[in-house]
Design a protein around this ligand. Sequence first.
Ligand code: GLU
Length: 325
Amino acid sequence: MRRAVAATALALALAGCGSNVPAQPVDSSSSVTVPEPPGVAGSPAPTTSTNAPDAHCDATASLRPSGPLPAPGQMPDGSTMARIVQRGRLIAGVDQNTYPMGFRDPVTGEVEGFDIDMLHAVSDALFGDPNRIQFKAITSADRIPALQQGQVDVVARTFTIDCARAQQVGFSTVYFSAGQRVLVDSDSAVRDVGDLSGKKVCATKGSTSLEALTEVASKPDLVSVDNWTDCLVLMQQGQADATSTDDTILAGLAAQDPYTKVVGPRFADEPYGLAVPKTDSDFVRFINAVLEKIRADGTWTADYKHWLGDRLGPVPAPPAPRYVD
Ligand code: GLU
């Protein structure tokens, strides 16, 4: 008996859809073509050339705050923040499947997690109320189109800052330093990414994880899905041998299924940023001021301890902000 049924049931509950997992094989011998995300008709496919070297790009350096935060509700005239305050709620693209970063608690029905706490801080700075947020559940592949089409004000969704993406959206400073690793069944002989030759490895469409896997020397057979919990279900069904993505996400999958383990060192850096439409540079500066505040006042560390504890090792200091100007 490979695993307990209970683990599958929990993963299905958190996935929010217990029916068919829309797995698609990916040809790892050539570059990945990510299909257009469902529900975002007419949008360009997101760029995924994450690890492409770009000597001129310093994507994790963001725009400096323009000064102290304005009082909640008192945003500068004509600013992106004033428009959001006028509307009365922040519209945020989030993950509702990925414990502990962004997920819907199956008991309370609330969307929660580390990424979600970053949004509560932004909402608090805008409105003086951490809960003026309308959540829109989006997949990895939906992130750039949702911002480019103005469907959301901000995306907080394990979103790695890279040069290709930074040409399409505006990123905050780094609020989390994740890294890509490998999840396998607990009885697997796989020790790291180098042992994945001939293995079926799962990642989401539109993720840097999938892109990085096309470049690893072991050349695994890739399977792509919409949500990270779909990968766990595929492993539970014996349709995938491994999942490879950020250590944050893998820690959450491992917590949901005791018959899995995370192996090997990080083989790609995944610095997360909050993202806004490319034109909203005033909102990038505002968000960076919010991040300065929560790094300094202990909120970031409390959020980290609450959601990640020591799962990824000792609690780190918040990532230091870097600015371009
Ligand atoms: N951090 C990676 C990315 O931005 C993987 C996480 C995800 O897709 O949700 O693509």
